[in-house]
Design a protein around this ligand. Structure first.
Ligand SMILES: Nc1nc2c(c(=O)[nH]1)N(C=O)[C@@H](CNc1ccc(C(=O)N[C@@H](CCC(=O)O)C(=O)O)cc1)CN2
Ligand SMILES: Nc1nc2c(ncn2[C@@H]2O[C@H](COP(=O)(O)OP(=O)(O)OP(=O)(O)O)[C@@H](O)[C@H]2O)c(=O)[nH]1
Ligand SMILES: [Mg+2]
Length: 444
């Protein structure tokens, strides 16, 4: 348990209806009593004046105390909920510091919740994901991780590994007997199941990671096809200038959008065509530079003449790992117009036709096939990496078991078990902690 007391403004910078100063640590109740002029009862809302050193009110508001260990951090916690004015909030923080608190580092409240066993590491990371979630689907996935859904699956697997390790270690002690008589077949079967479970968890975690990390997607196509209109439709706002003049967009325009929980870092670009003035040519140069780094190209064609557009961009798409072809302006097509080739979508950016199918396709491109929305949770590259290492160690354990090299198998099983421990942070992960919590916002 920490001996010092931390303080920070927990609400976002700027002014708002209410602003919260949060304290955690043993001195929090005393500091709050000095500021409020009386002791605070745990879990009761008190309306109080928040006093400065001279006894003059800095603000008035609601004071709340949570007594250790029944608090967010597991320590004594106090919240001073004042008016949402940054000047007043900073004055309150300064007063808390004068009374013995110190300013919290980013993520330090959640770090303390972790250190005091209120959350495991994957859950603590999910707090940051929940705060950053760009839509409700992403928030729900983060919520599941925060509730421990991901951690429970990791823990269940870790428990299986413990049982398998115990079995393997016991067999080592009877090394003069054949493995068969020591339940070798059952051991191999259990290990096989653990490998299957791990593979399924790895796939789910990788989807969770892609959900969180998103894709860098570049919108390209011939001039006037509706690229900027598409960006606006996906963003749900008039981000980009749209006109009927070919060559409207010159510079790159970046916008992060969320489709069904998946994040896309979208870039609108200048239309690609031969010729153009100096500005337009510079715009095309930038568009091609962006394409070279794209994880996904969204090609917008005019549905009335897709082949001309296709020819104009085809040579620029080499090396882009994913390409989605859209036939835009479907509303202008005559009835009975030929349907696009398989895999290509017909949409109308301005009328909204086909946008639902587009959302579904984009989500699949980000998260991958087989991504059941149900039960999805957020995960990070760090988790996927740990699961991948554990999977490699289980492979090695299975091979070793196959040649009855029990000691080797036991070593690999232990390594796999430790890999899983990195995810929850329950088995020595000190080096990771500073890195993880420093990416939080202050006051979280
Ligand atoms: N005002 C306020 N709102 C907030 C937070 C906060 O710290 N303060 N949170 C901060 O992230 C989130 C809620 N998370 C919280 C998690 C646990 C506890 C807590 O006091 N837990 C105790 C008591 C549980 C109970 O009685 O229900 C415990 O777990 O023992 C508080 C907030 C979002 N809203
Ligand atoms: N009817 C119809 N018009 C559209 C649609 N999408 C875009 N447009 C119109 O097509 C014109 C060009 O749209 P933009 O979004 O500016 O096209 P762009 O591809 O960004 O064009 P540049 O930036 O010049 O390369 C505008 O007049 C839009 O209103 C659509 O789905 N249906
Ligand atoms: Mg444009």
């Amino acid at each position: 348990m920490a001996t010092d007391t931390i303080v920070a403004v927990a609400t976002p910078p700027g002014s708002g209806g209410v602003g919260i100063v949060r304290l955690s640590g043993p001195a929090a109740p005393g500091i709050a009593a000095a500021i409020c002029g009386r002791d605070l009862q745990p879990r009761q809302a008190h309306h109080a004046r928040f006093l400065d050193a001279a006894g003059e009110p800095i603000d008035d508001g609601i004071a709340l105390r949570f007594a250790a260990p029944a608090s967010y951090t597991g320590e004594d916690v106090v919240e001073l909920q004042g008016h949402g004015n940054p000047v007043l909030l900073q004055a309150l923080v300064a007063r808390c510091c004068a009374l013995g608190a110190r300013m919290a580092r980013p993520g330090e409240f959640t770090e303390r919740a972790f250190l005091n066993g209120r959350l495991d590491l994957a859950q603590a990371e999910a707090v940051a994901d929940l705060v950053a979630a760009g839509d409700l689907t992403a928030a729900r996935a983060a919520r599941r991780s925060l509730d421990g859904e991901f951690s429970r699956r990791v823990d269940a697997l870790a428990e299986d590994l413990v049982a398998i390790r115990v079995h393997a270690e016991a067999a080592i002690d009877f090394a003069d007997e054949p493995l068969e008589t020591l339940g070798g077949a059952a051991l191999a079967a259990r290990l096989g199941r653990a490998r299957d479970d791990l593979a399924a968890l790895l796939a789910a975690a990788d989807r969770g990671r892609r959900l969180r990390d998103g894709l860098h997607a570049v919108i390209v196509g011939p001039p006037n096809a509706g690229k900027s209109s598409l960006l606006n439709a996906l963003a749900g706002s008039d981000r980009a200038i749209v006109t009927d003049v070919a060559g409207t967009t010159r510079d790159l325009l970046r916008e992060t959008v969320h489709v069904d929980g998946a994040e896309l870092a979208l870039v609108d670009t200048a239309g690609l065509r031969a010729g153009g003035d100096a500005i337009e040519r510079e715009g095309m140069r930038r568009a091609r530079g962006e394409l070279a780094r794209a994880e996904l190209a969204i090609v917008v064609l005019d549905a009335r003449d897709p082949e001309a557009g296709r020819a104009a961009v085809a040579s620029d798409l080499a090396g882009v790992p994913r390409v989605l072809w859209l036939h835009n302006k479907s509303d202008l097509l005559p009835p009975g117009a030929p349907v696009p080739p398989a895999g290509e979508l017909r949409v109308s950016a301005t009328r909204g036709q086909g946008m639902e199918a587009l959302h579904a396709r984009l989500r699949t491109l980000v998260v991958g096939e087989g991504a059941a929305a149900e039960g999805e949770f957020t995960a990070r590259a760090r988790h996927v990496d740990a699961l991948g290492r554990a999977a490699a160690h289980l492979e090695a354990a299975a091979s070793a078991l196959g040649i009855e090299a029990l000691e080797l198998a036991a070593d690999s099983l232990r390594d796999a078990h430790y890999d899983l421990g990195d995810i929850s942070g329950r088995i020595g992960a000190d080096a990771l902690l500073g890195h993880i919590f420093s990416s939080f916002c202050i006051g979280k």
